[in-house]
Design a protein around this ligand. Sequence first.
Ligand SMILES: Cc1cc2nc3c(=O)[nH]c(=O)nc-3n(C[C@H](O)[C@H](O)[C@H](O)COP(=O)(O)OP(=O)(O)OC[C@H]3O[C@@H](n4cnc5c(N)ncnc54)[C@H](O)[C@@H]3O)c2cc1C
Length: 300
Amino acid sequence: MDPLNRSIATLVPLLPKPVVRLFSRRYIAGDTLDDAIRVVRSLNSDGMMATLDVLGEHTTQRENAAAARDAYFEVLQAIDEHKIDSNISVKLTQLGLKLDRSLCEQNIEAIVARARDYNNFVRIDMEDRTCTADTLDIFTALRSRHDNVGIVIQAYLRRTLTDVERLIECSANVRVCKGAYIEPRTIAYKSPTIINRNFSLLVEELLSHGCYVGIATHDEEVIWSAYRIAHVRGLEPHRYEFQMLLGVNDELARLIVQAGHRLRIYVPFGPHWFAYSKRRLRENPRIAGYVLQNLFTKRG
Ligand SMILES: Cc1cc2nc3c(=O)[nH]c(=O)nc-3n(C[C@H](O)[C@H](O)[C@H](O)COP(=O)(O)OP(=O)(O)OC[C@H]3O[C@@H](n4cnc5c(N)ncnc54)[C@H](O)[C@@H]3O)c2cc1C
């Protein structure tokens, strides 16, 4: 990241909500489930699958955790009714992880069981370092009872290569990503080169042990490396999928599909868009720059 973009990234937490809102339109399907269904239908018609995320995290009230669970029930029902190709992605802190772990476990179990009734699949997103161990434990317990649930690992964490052994043991369905949170050097690699190499190593480990892998990145070097692994191992396209976030790189998405690979787009929606949008802004401060520039040119 160049010095200007780095300085913009450090200012992101200070940006007022209306400014972040301007930018977030690109990354978020809308406020309602209808908005999300419309976006997924359009992605499906372009040959892309989706995963729907009801925005929200770090719930502090039991009733909000229950409301998030119920919102996912509605999403599963809507996917079924509208016959769209989508699964769901869920954050455990939204279901009460920081409030009461057993409540969170009940909520996620209920969602996975409901998804099974609809023949659908639940991906548990990975959050910051304070959630890693709990998320992996909850996932492995769920996995022993259900096969329609998957997990996410982060290539920037030093521990992940060891965690992968546990996931291989239970034939987990794993999304590999770089990691979106700001973590200290003691637990996370900082070098982009090491993160990229670790990413490819994790993908290779998982694929070589028969796990289904979601390769979640917009970094073409990492994508190429995954193409290489699939090619060298002679893997059929149904053994893995690429995954990208809505609105980040439509051209690259089309190229992946045209090359004959499966691609799933992460589609967040709902009124709780603020924290998610700030993370996306920090990853691409150039966009924040454009938004601010537009603001000033409109006013000038
Ligand atoms: C489907 C999916 C699910 C994810 N789930 C999780 C999760 O559960 N937990 C977690 O910690 N992280 C998750 N992430 C986020 C991930 O960890 C990274 O923070 C994010 O994907 C950026 O990393 P990158 O691999 O694209 O590489 P980068 O090196 O960051 O980016 C590669 C290229 O894409 C561009 N780019 C990246 N982000 C943006 C953006 N927001 N807007 C515009 N351009 C951008 C960059 O400018 C660069 O050119 C997920 C990502 C994806 C794609």
